[in-house]
Design a binder for this molecule. Structure first.
Ligand SMILES: [Zn+2]
Ligand SMILES: [Zn+2]
Ligand SMILES: [Zn+2]
Length: 257
């Protein structure tokens, strides 16, 4: 049994955009309010936080995240890491160091941007207690088998993750322009697939909705959701247009499997 909750489904700027009065940004449909995309997953009492966006504190409060046993990072873009400092609250609650997993390039960026985490202890200085761990292949945390999924999204290495628990599978790829064939084979036929779908117009580093739907149809998950959306996309009207088994995700959406 695993439970996954999308704490956010928006692109880097979030929705509404600052200073925008378009129909989506001023919509009264709560599903059009998108915090920056991240995922919280629990199985067998182990809680994983995938990425810590700038909204992480507010997301943890809104969706009652009470425990984080490990943090996994997909890549080091600002919209996926700038809430990392709030992990210190979980150090306090759980009274322990918390591991943070990422590939070599993302780890290097995290250690540079959050350099104070690794500095010698300074009295009175409250900072996250992190054990940085390099991902270089599939690994396991509690009952959760984790497979890194390499994708193309700009010049630096970017990953999604496949999670397997007790014969059930969920894959999460929030930032992706191209899914290489080798990665596609790793996610083919998963139970639930969450994939980047920024907007309708083409973008250098993200999939459009049409590109995303085409890849989702190749993957053939039982259920798929679009994430990392911008303010061009109205939840209700877009959701109604998608093929069966593909839906637009929204903040707080809970997936049990
Ligand atoms: Zn992003
Ligand atoms: Zn807008
Ligand atoms: Zn990104």
């Amino acid at each position: 049994m695993m439970q996954a909750r999308l704490l956010g489904t928006g692109t880097s700027s979030g929705v509404p955009l600052i200073g925008c009065d378009c129909a989506v940004c001023s919509s009264s449909d709560a599903r059009n309010r998108r915090r920056r995309t991240c995922l919280h997953l629990e199985a067998g009492g182990v809680h994983l936080q995938v990425d810590t966006p700038p909204d992480f504190r507010e997301q943890a409060l809104a969706f009652k995240v009470e425990r984080v046993d490990a943090v996994l990072f997909t890549h080091a873009h600002a919209d996926h890491i700038f809430g990392f400092d709030d992990i210190r609250r979980f150090n306090t609650i759980q009274d322990c160091v918390i591991p943070a997993y990422a590939d070599e390039s993302t780890l290097a960026d995290l250690k540079r941007i959050f350099d104070y985490i690794s500095m010698d202890k300074i009295p009175g200085f409250y900072r996250p207690q992190i054990d940085f761990k390099r991902i270089d292949g599939p690994f396991r945390l509690g009952e959760i088998e984790i497979t890194p999924l390499k994708v193309e999204h700009g010049p630096k290495p970017t990953f999604g993750f496949r999670f397997d628990v007790d014969g059930r599978s969920l894959a999460y790829v929030p930032d992706c322009k191209v899914m290489p064939d080798a990665t596609l084979e790793l996610v083919r036929g998963v139970d639930v697939m969450l994939l980047d779908a920024l907007r309708y117009r083409s973008h250098m580093t993200h999939m459009t909705i049409d590109e995303s739907v085409a890849v989702l149809q190749q993957i053939g998950a039982k259920q798929s959701y679009l994430v990392h959306l911008c303010h061009d996309v109205d939840h209700a009207s877009q959701d109604a247009k998608l093929p069966d088994g593909i839906n637009v995700a929204y903040d707080g959406m809970l997936i049990g499997l």
